[in-house]
Each structure stands twice: as structure tokens, then as C-alpha cells.
Design a protein around this ligand. Structure first.
Ligand code: ADP
Ligand code: MG
Length: 441
């Protein structure tokens, strides 16, 4: 296929994803809707980010674009043609690097070229060029186990770009690396991209890191969960190279926090409604009571004194959104805090909690749990009603699995168990896998 020609014909449009739906079969015979009406486009010269929390369907979407799975509905056009199966001009960089441990750096990289059936010296030339470009010169004969995480991911990038793909798909490529290594790799990648040295035309970057999205992307598509869908598209016009200390950078980060925590207004699409639902069938994230108390204490204390900016809390506590948002939602659900305009504000109860000693905190938490978390109230009521004052976990697991995946049901019960234990609202026996009223007064 003549890429240049097709690119011209497609008006610089590399990728056009329209009304994508993806469901997976569930154990109970129903379908799990993972992606709902997802639209996105990628033009030549663009880095487009998919920003969303764990479980919002980002990897699933990348797999569909890579031709590794089929959508249930909608279509994906690459250079104006429908994708069916892996396309030659689309490569992927994985979070886990996905290198072959028994192959050297050089062999791992040339592997990307095998399908192209190029002459041997061309394979060699291109592989060495990719290795050199990405800063692995001198490591050609090293094995992955001899390399640091950062170097391994450089191999991952070299292997993906060695085919000179039009589109590079990157699935949380820096999230398995320590903070400094990740920053170095990002900067190196962006330098090569800005200098036009990357043999690629466009990038789709999946991330759950807001700062990373702002640093790297021309456009950020914010994903909501359950089902995964795009709730906003944000242009990032800050000139490159971008400086995190630039007020425009901080303002953009702040704006995205606001977008991602906005309460659904009337007529608008709910954002992260899954925790804030109202029935016993609501998914609950397994947030530890230590984290809950820790966050409340931090926000109650100086300099915040009850109200804090979410980006500031995230950096103060070194929390990524996958850790921060579930605890923030738990506080909202328990009415310990409100979120508005990207600020977390403790309620009177939240301030009182911060001021209380352990025993009083437990009593408060028990009351809030049984008032505001329907599943907790439901379990407690059943335990109260039964003469044995006990009930097997499987009973509740079955109920939850009518509404969510087995993994989510399991996590929801784990959350309830740890909160109820802390609050001494009811007990759970791990060996007998049953709930009871043994300990509570
Ligand atoms: P993300 O990359 O945003 O963390 P994923 O795309 O990995 O999200 O997963 C989205 C949802 O789809 C999750 O609930 C996950 O359990 C589910 N899922 C992903 N792949 C499959 C599969 N092959 N079968 C069933 N469910 C799946
Ligand atoms: Mg993923």
C-alpha cells in the first residue's frame, strides 16, 4: 500500500474511530458493556491521549485499533480503509515491555521487521538505526534481564518504531517505571518527536496520569468508566517543550481534575457514577480505612484547613488518579467531603472525624457506613434478622454478580468487609467465608 498517497487522499487523517462499542460475554450469560459509542480521530502530526482510570476500557480500545480484537459495533478506519486484523502501519508499545527474555536487544528489535520480508542488510540497517535513535547504542547484544526497566522500555519503543509505522499505539508505556526514569523517557521521546526524528506519523497514548497527558498530548480524550466512553476532548495548546512549572501547565492539569470529578449536572453525562450510584448493586472500590483517615487528616490540617485542590493533594500524598479518585469518591459517598470545581472540601462530619479519637471515629464511620452505603445496610439488616446472625459471603456475591463482573463483585465485598471491620459494624470470618454479628456491640 502506498502510504503517502493514501495519507493525501485521507486529508492527513490517519485513524478514524466511529461509534465503537465493545461487549464481553459474562458468566451469567449477559454481556458486559466495556466501550460505548467511542469516537476518535488521529491526524498526521498529532499525539492524542486517552486519559482514564483503570478499567475504563483504554487497553480494550487500543487492542481494537491494533486489530487484535473486533468491535461489537461501529467501525475503525485506518487511512480510509476498515481495519480487519493487525495492520502493517500500526505498532504498539506495551506497559509490560513484552520483550522475549531469550532474545538479545538486537534480536528483539529485528523481530518487529520479520513480517515485512526486507533484505537482510536493510533489516540490519533499520534495526541499528532504531536502537541508536532510542539511546540503546552499545546494548545490542544485551539480554532484557541485564537491562534496567527504563532500558527495557526503550527496547519496547525501538521494536515498535523499527517498522516505521504510521501510528504508534502506546499503552501506559511509562507507568511501570520509577518517576525519574519515566520522566527521562518521556522527555527523550518528545524531543525526538518534536525534532521529526521519529519514523512515525501519529501517536495514541493511553495513560492514567494527568500530568503525563498534559505534557505529551496535543489533544486529550477523557474517559469515564462503566461503560468506557469519552466525556470530553481537551486541546492542549501549550508550546513545546512544556514545563510543569509553567502556570498554563498547572491550569490545564487543574482543569482536567475538574472535568474528571465534575458531578453530573442535569442532562449531562455522568462521569464516574459507578461509586456514587445508589443501590446495593453499586461497585465499591477497595479503599483502605488508613487511606480514608490519612486523606481526611491531611485536608483538615494546615495548610489546607478543610479545603484542598485535588492536584495539590495528589502531589502531597504522591497519589495517582487511580488511587486518589476512589478514595475521594468514597469520602463523597460517606458525606465526609464534597468535591466542587476540582476542590475537595471536608463536610462538618469530615472535620469532626479529623478531630476525633479512634473510638469516636469508628462510631462515626459505622453510622455513615450504615446510612450511606446501601450494601452495608443490606448485609447488616440480614444479619440482624437471622436468628444465627450470620450469612455466607456467597449469598451476597451472587446478588452482586447479577449486576457486575465477578472481579468487581469480589472487590466490592472486600471493600465492605474492611470498612465494616474498622467500623465494627459487623464481622467477617475469612476461614468460614461468612458474615456475622460476633464482634459488634
Ligand atoms: P483499562 O485499560 O482502561 O484499565 P481495560 O480495557 O483493560 O481497561 O478493561 C476494561 C474492562 O473490560 C474491565 O472491566 C475488564 O475487566 C474488561 N475486560 C477487558 N478484557 C476483557 C476480556 N477479554 N474479557 C472480559 N472482560 C474484559
Ligand atoms: Mg489498560
Amino acid at each position: 500500500m502506498n502510504t503517502q498517497l493514501n495519507l493525501q487522499h485521507s486529508g492527513g487523517m490517519l485513524l478514524d474511530v466511529k461509534h465503537i462499542q465493545k461487549t464481553f460475554p459474562r458468566g451469567d450469560g449477559n454481556e458486559l458493556l466495556v466501550l460505548d459509542d467511542v469516537n476518535l480521530s488521529l491526524k498526521s502530526g498529532e499525539i492524542v491521549g486517552l486519559l482514564g482510570r483503570s478499567g475504563s476500557g483504554k487497553s480494550t480500545l487500543l487492542r481494537l485499533i491494533a486489530g487484535l480484537a473486533d468491535p461489537t459495533g461501529g467501525n475503525i478506519n485506518y487511512l480510509g480503509k476498515a481495519i480487519d486484523g493487525p495492520a502493517a502501519g500500526i505498532s504498539m508499545v506495551f506497559q509490560s515491555f513484552a520483550l522475549f527474555p531469550w532474545l538479545t536487544v538486537y534480536e528483539n528489535v529485528t523481530l518487529g521487521l520479520e513480517a515485512l520480508e526486507l533484505p537482510r542488510d536493510e533489516i540490519r540497517r533499520r534495526s541499528l538505526a532504531a536502537i541508536d535513535l532510542i539511546g540503546l547504542d552499545g546494548f545490542e547484544s544485551a539480554y532484557p534481564r541485564e537491562l534496567s526497566g527504563g532500558m527495557r522500555q526503550r527496547v519496547g519503543v525501538a521494536r515498535a518504531i523499527v517498522v516505521h509505522p504510521n501510528i504508534l499505539l502506546m499503552d501506559e508505556p511509562f507507568s511501570a517505571l520509577d518517576v525519574l526514569t519515566a520522566e527521562t523517557l518521556r522527555t527523550d521521546f518528545l524531543d525526538l518527536w518534536s525534532e521529526g526524528k521519529m519514523p512515525i506519523k501519529g501517536v495514541v497514548l493511553v495513560t492514567h496520569n494527568i500530568e503525563e497527558a498534559v505534557q505529551m498530548c496535543d489533544r486529550i480524550l477523557v474517559f469515564a468508566t462503566n461503560p468506557g466512553r469519552i466525556v470530553s476532548s481537551i486541546e492542549v495548546t501549550i508550546p513545546r517543550p512544556r514545563d510543569r512549572l509553567d502556570p498554563a501547565f498547572a491550569a490545564m492539569v487543574e482543569r482536567i481534575y475538574v472535568e474528571m470529578t465534575a458531578k453530573p449536572g442535569r442532562g449531562s453525562t455522568p462521569r464516574f457514577e459507578r461509586v456514587l450510584g445508589s443501590g446495593i448493586d453499586t461497585f465499591l472500590p477497595h479503599v483502605s480505612t488508613n487511606l480514608i483517615s490519612g486523606l481526611i487528616e491531611t485536608v483538615a490540617a494546615a495548610p489546607f484547613l478543610g479545603k484542598a485542590d485535588l492536584p495539590e493533594i495528589a502531589s502531597e500524598l504522591s497519589l495517582e488518579i487511580d488511587d486518589l479518585f476512589p478514595v475521594v469518591e468514597t469520602l463523597q459517598m460517606m458525606r465526609l467531603a464534597d468535591v466542587e470545581g476540582g476542590d475537595l472540601r471536608l463536610t462538618q462530619e469530615g472535620m469532626a472525624f479529623a478531630d476525633s479519637a479512634v473510638d469516636e471515629r469508628k462510631r462515626m464511620f459505622s453510622r455513615l457506613l450504615l446510612t450511606h452505603v446501601p450494601l452495608a445496610a443490606h448485609i447488616r439488616r440480614i444479619l440482624d434478622e437471622r436468628t444465627s446472625h450470620s450469612a455466607p459471603k456467597s449469598r451476597f456475591l451472587d446478588e452482586l454478580e447479577d449486576h457486575m463482573s465477578p472481579a468487581s463483585a469480589e472487590e466490592t465485598l472486600r471493600a465492605i468487609i474492611s470498612w465494616a471491620r474498622y467500623a465494627e459494624a459487623f464481622a467477617y470470618d475469612d476461614a468460614a467465608t461468612s458474615f456475622s454479628l460476633e464482634n459488634p456491640a
